[in-house]
Structures are given as C-alpha cells and as structure tokens.
Design a protein around this ligand. Structure first.
Ligand code: KG4
Ligand code: ZN
Length: 385
C-alpha cells in the first residue's frame, strides 16, 4: 500500500510518498519561511497564496522522485492534513487532495496534524529522497513555481530516527512529547490509531514562545533555530527565568508567562539593541530561556513516563530539532528508549501525514468530497483514545 501524503497546515507546502513499512520513497517541502521572515511571523493570506502556487509542483516533485507517474497510477490512496492549522492554508491541500482523489478514483484519508507528527517516528527516510525549496520573498525576484529550483536535502547520518545505537526498533506503547510552533502536548500512544491526550499547552506552544522571544530580540523568523544556535554559547544560569506550572496543572504546559518574563528582562537590560551591543547578554538570555523551556518539557515528560509506567519517549515536532533539548533529554533519560526523528521529519512534512494515514479509515472519492477543513480540530476527536 503506497500513499501520497499532502500537508499545507501552516507555511510549508509538502507532498510525500510512503509505503506501509514506513519507507519514505520521496518527501518534497516548499518552505515559505523566507516569505514570512520580513513580517517576523506567518501572514495567513500570503501562506494561502504560496500554497496555491506551489501545491502542484510539490506533488509532481514527490511523484517524480518516487519514480511514480504523474497520473497517480502508482499510488493506492491519498492522505491529507484536515486540521488543525490556518484554515486558508488547510483548504488548499484539502481541496487539491479531494480533486486528485476524484480524478484518479483513489480513496482519501483525512489526518490530524499532531497524529502525523507522532507517526513520524516510524518513517525511514533514505538519503537523497528529499527535495527542499526555499520560496524567496516576492520582492526578491519575480519568482514563480515554474522557475523554482529544488535542492537535494541530504540529511546525512540523521536520515533515520535518532535512537540509541543498538537499541531495538521503536514500538508501542510510547509517550509522545509533541513540541511545535502551533501545538504542544503529552500523549500516550498505544497503537497507530489509539492515542490518549494527557496534557497540552494552556496558552503558547513552545515553538511559538521561541518565535515571539526571537521577534522581540530582533532575530530572524523562525526564531527557534536562531535561539538554539545562540543558546549553545550562552550561560543557562545567567537569568533565573520562571518554570511555569512546573508543579501544578498535571501534564499541561504554559509558556506565555515565561515569554513575558524574558521580554521584561530584555527591557530591563535596555531593549534588544542594548542586548545585541553586549558581548554575552544575547547568548545568555537565549541560553537561560531555552533552559527553562527544556526543564519544563522534560520534567513533565519524566512524570508522565513514571505515572504511565512507560519505557519509551518520542519527541516530535519542529522544536524537537533543538540541540539543547536533544542533549538534555539524553542526559535525563539514560534508561528510557528515547527517540528523536531526523530534523527533516520534525518540521512540517507530508511523509508523517502519509505514515499516520496507514492506520486510518479511507473514504471513497465520493464521500471525500464532503470533507471540510477543521482549523481547531482536537486530537481526541480525530483518533480514538
Ligand atoms: O512542527 P513545525 O514545523 O510546525 C508546526 O506544526 O507548528 O514547527 C515549527 C516550529 C517553529 O516555531 C520553529 O521556531 C521551531 O519549530 N523550531 C525550533 C527549532 N527548529 C524549529 N525551535 C527550537 N529549536 C530549534 N532548533
Ligand atoms: Zn507541525
């Protein structure tokens, strides 16, 4: 069974072909990060327009790379992210998937975005099977999809999920720590389509907190990778930032108060410019902020592992690329079976959507025409617990 996955929930236009062993035959991602960088955050209307321009070229790239004809004959089903996300973005992927399913006479599977992130731990992405396109801002060039140049993404040694050498293959049940720009949750994953939510963010997601702090510091969007880089050279104890609801609210998270504390500290030092002028202040603020985020995430994960008596932990979503989080998790959980997907599968991609779809009920193309986008779709309403 070979599935063509489509993902357009935020600012990545993505398509991928994945078979039922988790083998990723191709993964193509057109990233709009540079388009939104000028605004230091995602502009929904621009995101929708870019998805419209890049959707079909991205699907063609994924089919070509997988060695499958563009007529859909080589695939058995389509999968698409139905939600949650920006509704204008979701609609582009959803309507494209519905049209292709109808035209090709193939079933369509609707996938929850977070379910996709959780399924990414079972994807095997061989070297050379990804294509990435950084879409340049409008002002930079008269760029259209027809002239887009894809580059090979070579994830080198990280093309397989990064678990400890010699450990057995990852399996169920496991604790999933989902950390991305739009979502943050702790879930127990019992089977491919049986997931129980234990806690989630009460306000900002961790990636959102990274992006907002970065914006305040005058750093480029998306802020996560930039703060990660600066934090590696700073002192994580230079600022004593709060660890919100560390000892309360069960397995829920809150990052808004931390973000405010960091912004206040930046103001007290004299603002973003003063921080950039000082030799260490910028790195120290980044390192201390990151230490607080990592501390809260991993303390809650530890408690959930103990309470549910689970031996496996997978950290997924864009923030799972974070080097500080990866290093600290390895230090704190030496005896757990810990897994981080390779970076190309942590940030939004369509391979994870196709992989999750293998466990879900397909709709025939006629039924699929009635599917709507669900901007605020809850995981519990999409997958059984
Ligand atoms: O999963 P993702 O691609 O999109 C959503 O579903 O939201 O996650 C994007 C988020 C952004 O907020 C970005 O700043 C963050 O992931 N991110 C990172 C790193 N790389 C990406 N955050 C911290 N450290 C990183 N290295
Ligand atoms: Zn995501």
């Amino acid at each position: 069974m070979r599935i063509l996955g489509i993902e357009t929930s935020c600012d990545e236009t993505a398509a991928a072909v994945v078979d039922d062993t988790g083998h990723v035959a191709s993964s193509a991602v057109a990233s709009q990060a540079r388009v939104h960088a000028a605004y230091r955050g995602v502009v929904p209307e621009l995101a929708s327009r870019c998805h419209i321009e890049y959707m079909l070229p991205t699907i063609h790239t994924a089919l070509d790379l997988a060695g499958i004809g563009r007529d859909g004959a080589g695939i058995d089903a389509l999968a698409v992210t139905r939600g949650p996300g920006l509704v204008g973005s979701l609609l582009v992927g959803l309507e494209t998937a519905k049209a292709l399913a109808w035209a090709w006479g193939k079933p369509l599977i609707a996938v929850h975005h977070t379910h996709g992130h959780l399924a990414s731990v079972f994807c095997h992405l061989p070297e050379g099977q990804t294509r990435v396109l950084d879409i340049p801002p409008e002002a930079e060039t008269q760029h259209t999809a027809r002239h887009a140049r894809w580059r090979d993404e070579n994830p080198s040694a990280t093309c397989r999920p990064a678990h400890i050498e010699g450990a057995p293959a990852f399996d169920y049940p496991y604790l999933g720590l989902v950390v991305s720009g739009g979502h943050s949750s702790l879930v127990e994953v019992r089977a491919p389509a049986s997931i129980e939510s234990l806690g989630e963010t009460l306000d900002d997601a961790p990636g959102e907190a990274y992006d907002k702090v970065a914006r305040f510091l005058g750093l480029p969007y998306p802020g996560g990778p930039e703060i990660d880089r600066l934090a590696a050279e700073g002192d994580p104890e230079a600022f004593d930032f709060p660890r919100p609801i560390l000892h309360s609210h069960g397995f829920d998270f809150s990052f808004s108060g931390l973000k405010t504390a960091v912004i206040q500290a930046i103001d007290e030092i004299g603002g973003a410019q003063a921080i950039h002028d000082s030799e260490n202040a910028l790195r120290d603020v980044c390192a201390s902020f990151q230490a607080a985020v990592v501390d809260v995430l991993l303390a809650k994960a530890r408690r959930a592992l103990d309470k549910r008596d689970l031996g496996r932990l997978a950290v997924v979503g864009g923030v799972a690329c974070n080097r500080g989080l990866r290093a600290e998790a390895a230090r704190r959980f030496p005896h757990a079976h810990l897994l981080f997907p390779p970076s190309a599968l942590c940030t939004d991609n369509a391979a994870m959507i196709a992989q999750a779809a293998h466990a879900l009920e397909p709709l025939d193309p006629g039924q699929a025409l009635a599917l709507d986008a669900r901007a605020g779709w809850r995981l519990g309403d999409a997958v059984a617990s």
